[in-house]
Design a protein around this ligand. Structure first.
Ligand SMILES: Cc1ncc(COP(=O)(O)O)c(C=O)c1O
Length: 366
């Protein structure tokens, strides 16, 4: 298939310059159809019966394999979650992080990572990297690692401006376990999670999956205690005796039975992803940066980072995002930062970028 044919799989792109995969990816027609078909079946035949349940369990394992492939990890090390946030909770609770435990992190994280760390009562040492150059980020984070640090918890790619964070190098240099927030990396670029101790996946974003789907990579499942436990994580249990056996590997960390229709949608979304998609998205992102710079916008994203292109907007970003939306350009305003963020995926094209640039120029001239 050509890129225009790939693009045509997403109905939203018929009308909109959709640049919002950092929040929610576009949904393909096939993904929507798979979900609708299963929902209709459930309505007609009921969410029950042996065949229905068996098929759902088998699909879970196929989806686990597909998600594992996305991060080049064995399926045995991948748990199914509903989000990055939930994956972080599994790790934070499993490590029993609490008062007195130091965690090195940054001021450019999403609340989905920082929130669970704060709720656990961990002592955060926060590297100030928001305004820093990418080249300085390693030293800034390393400076927050002390002999008491139990965990380094950072993004693979910052949600604010696409900065790539050096989690692998930090792991090597400090030997401290690393929890990587992969919300903005998985599906947007080639990911190998296996050097991390823990790596989260948000499948609703760059993988174009249904809402509330995700995964967690755990390198050594036996070393993390399952605490956020749920029915699919149990191999056996005895309520009367008050005992249970967790499943082998990372399956013990499965946090829920995702809706069968969501699994069907996710399986479809992850099947037949085009070769060359990461390179294509990279080229488009660089073009987006150049275009916005040429038009005089204050682009804060450095070259060669993730596929998020952020600009500092001289005005009310909420109003700007709304005005762009009315022109059919869908992006994200990052409340409280003065930034507008365009997420550039392999489904976008030059015309989307032109519409973004024209829309922004029209707004700044008002
Ligand atoms: C870097 C980052 N981490 C975490 C999250 C939260 O993701 P989820 O909704 O999958 O928990 C987001 C969502 O925007 C994000 O950008």
């Amino acid at each position: 298939m050509t890129w225009p044919q790939e693009r045509a799989r997403f109905p939203v792109l018929d009308r909109h310059a959709y640049l919002n995969a950092g929040t929610f990816g576009p949904l393909a027609r096939t993904t929507l159809a798979a979900m609708a078909e299963l929902r209709a079946w459930e309505g007609e035949h009921g969410r029950g019966g042996r065949a229905y349940f068996d098929e759902m369990l088998e699909r879970r394992e196929r989806v686990r394999e597909l998600l594992a492939t996305q991060i080049r990890a064995p399926a045995e090390n991948v748990a199914l979650t509903d989000s990055t946030t939930q994956g972080v909770h599994v790790v934070v609770s499993g490590l029993a992080l609490g008062e007195g435990d130091e965690v090195a992190t940054t001021d450019a994280e999403h609340f989905g990572l920082t929130g669970p760390l704060l709720a656990a009562g961990a002592r955060l040492r926060i590297a100030k990297v928001r305004q820093a150059k990418t080249a300085d980020v390693f030293e800034l984070i390393r400076a927050q690692v002390t002999p008491r640090t139990r965990l380094i918890a950072i993004s693979a790619i910052s949600w604010l401006d696409g900065k790539v964070f050096p989690w692998r190098e930090l792991r090597e240099a400090t030997q401290v376990p690393v929890l990587v927030d992969g919300a903005q990396s998985v599906g947007s670029c080639d990911v190998d999670a296996t050097a991390a101790d823990f790596y989260t996946v948000s499948a609703q974003k760059w993988l174009c999956g249904p809402d509330a789907t995700g995964a967690l990579y755990v390198r050594d499942p036996d070393s993390l205690r399952p605490r956020l436990v749920a029915y699919p994580g149990a191999e056996t249990y005895d309520i009367a005796e008050g005992t249970w056996e967790p499943k082998a590997g990372a399956r013990r960390f499965d946090t829920m039975f995702a809706p069968a229709s969501s699994l069907a949608g996710l399986e479809t979304a992850l099947t037949g992803l085009p070769d060359g998609r990461f390179e294509h998205a990279r080229e488009l992102s660089e073009r987006c940066r150049r275009l916005l710079l040429e038009r005089g916008h204050d682009v804060v994203t450095e070259p060669g980072q993730g596929n998020l292109v952020s600009i500092r907007f001289p005005g009310d970003t909420a109003e700007a995002a709304l005005a762009l939306y009315e022109r059919g350009v869908i992006l994200r305003e990052l409340a409280g930062t003065g930034l507008l963020r365009a997420s550039v995926g392999w489904w976008n094209d030059d015309a989307d970028l032109d519409r973004l640039a024209e829309g922004l120029t029209a707004l700044t001239k008002r």
